[in-house]
Design a protein around this ligand. Structure first.
Ligand code: CTP
Length: 413
């Protein structure tokens, strides 16, 4: 195992299962790999292993209750989540997995699951029947869709004597997963990322506009993922119901023209542009200051093209990496290839719209990703959170070094 270069802060949640004793070895290995570890135990974990063991191994206070008088801070769930680079729960019982999936926050660890915006890795360990029960499987799949990494469990003989899946994954595999995740999360350190999201609205009179059903979910997921990977993120979005995470510089806009103006105001400092917005292609030629009355049987409006923001950026690309989207109802790859070339992009994500399970409004997207260098990857239907990670992974070959803080990039040929 290669060690992690910089000292990282890992928050280790230990829950009440027989495998809790293995968490001591996880702490030892993480520390050997240049991680500082803070342990948060649930009350039932203390039935299996004592806080003193972890205090001795980490050299730190071990946290447990929400209202612990020994705790150095009254807002522990906030303080700990701010300081950490990653939350690992190992072993994770069916109970904590259920709480994580359904938003129950009745102790410190379950509160942390909600306050932590850093990566979360969960290593389940429980009886095989419990693990295979439909409720646990549904909860795990729900967490996966939200971007939580699940490691294990493994098959084998369980503490109760049963055979089957339920053993905590090997300690080395868990620590390797932590290291991989921490490395990924440093990929965009020092990079300035601009993401656009949502629809634009082109007004025709004070009460009417032309727009599209974009929810902004894809763009907001990309902004969140870029933030998690260490980037400085600016998010310019048309009207949506989404809330940007604290830490993202958020600029709300309404029209394509406003979006273009805001994009060009900040473009000089940007390294990576991701145009996920569904920018309106046409705007009414004339805007009526007064409400258009319904006195005609047939209303004919004239529209003119809006500016293609992405194509304009493409003309002044310089060293920037440009990622565009292509919303298509047919010939995904073919149409996207044309847009990739025409707009001078490095990567284009073609997403299928017009079907209920993918695209506008949906939490999922079915995409084909194409690069300037001729790579083409067809991805299955997946959550927009997970797709955001996949798209940002596509940037890896462009980055000179995962740990660099310079603004240089290498190009894919
Ligand atoms: N885009 C843009 N400005 C516009 C229209 C689109 O910057 N006025 C960007 C989108 O954000 C997206 C890409 O261009 O990243 C492709 O958008 P899409 O709507 O798929 O295609 P268009 O280029 O508008 O072409 P068409 O509508 O004919 O498919």
């Amino acid at each position: 195992m290669r060690s992690i270069k910089k000292q990282k802060e890992v928050l280790l949640g230990v829950t009440g299962g027989i495998a809790a004793y293995k968490a001591a070895e996880i702490v030892r290995l993480l520390r050997k790999n240049d991680c500082s570890v803070t342990v948060v135990m649930t009350e039932s974990a203390k039935q299996f292993i004592t806080p003193l063991t972890f205090e001795s191994l980490t050299g730190r206070h071990v946290y447990s209750g929400l209202f612990d008088p020994q705790s150095p801070s009254a807002m522990e769930h906030i303080e700990l989540s701010k300081k950490s680079d990653l939350l690992l729960i190992a072993p994770a019982t069916a109970n904590i997995i259920g709480k994580a999936a359904h938003g129950v926050a009745d102790d410190l660890l379950s509160c942390l699951l909600m306050t932590v915006i850093k990566p979360i890795i969960i290593a389940p360990a429980m009886n095989a029947n419990m693990y295979l029960s439909s409720v646990v499987q549904e909860n795990i799949s729900c967490l996966r869709k939200r971007g939580v990494k699940i490691i294990g469990p493994e098959k084998g003989e369980l503490a109760c004597g049963d055979e089957g899946p339920g053993r905590l994954a090997e300690v080395e595999s868990i620590v390797d997963a932590v290291k991989t995740e921490l490395k990924t999360r440093e990929k965009l350190n020092g990079k300035e990322v601009l993401v656009t999201a949502g629809p634009t609205r082109e007004p025709m009179d004070p009460v009417r506009f032309i727009s599209n059903p974009s929810s902004g979910k894809m763009g907001f997921a990309l902004a969140t993922e870029a933030l998690k990977r260490g980037a400085e993120v600016t998010l310019i979005s048309g009207p949506t119901k989404q809330e940007p995470l604290p830490g993202i510089k958020f600029i709300p806009v309404v029209t394509a023209r406003e979006m273009k103006e805001e994009v060009f105001k900040c473009l000089a400092k940007i390294d990576i542009v991701i145009m996920a917005a569904a920018v309106g292609d046409y705007q009414p030629v004339r805007y009526s200051k007064q409400k258009i009355k319904k006195d005609k049987e047939l209303l004919v409006l004239e529209f003119k093209k809006t500016i293609d923001i992405l194509a304009e950026i493409g003309k002044k690309k310089g060293n920037k990496i440009l990622i565009g989207f292509a919303a298509e109802t047919e010939q995904l790859a073919g149409n996207a290839k044309g847009k990739l070339k025409k707009k001078n992009l490095d990567i284009i994500v073609a997403n299928e719209i017009g079907i209920s399970e993918s695209g506008f409004q949906s939490d999922f997207n079915k995409t084909v990703i194409l690069t300037k260098g001729g790579k083409q990857e067809e991805l299955p239907l997946m959550s927009k959170t997970n797709l955001a990670g996949k798209i940002l992974d596509m940037l890896n070959p462009y980055l000179i070094s995962s740990l660099t803080t310079t603004k240089k990039f290498s190009r894919l040929k």
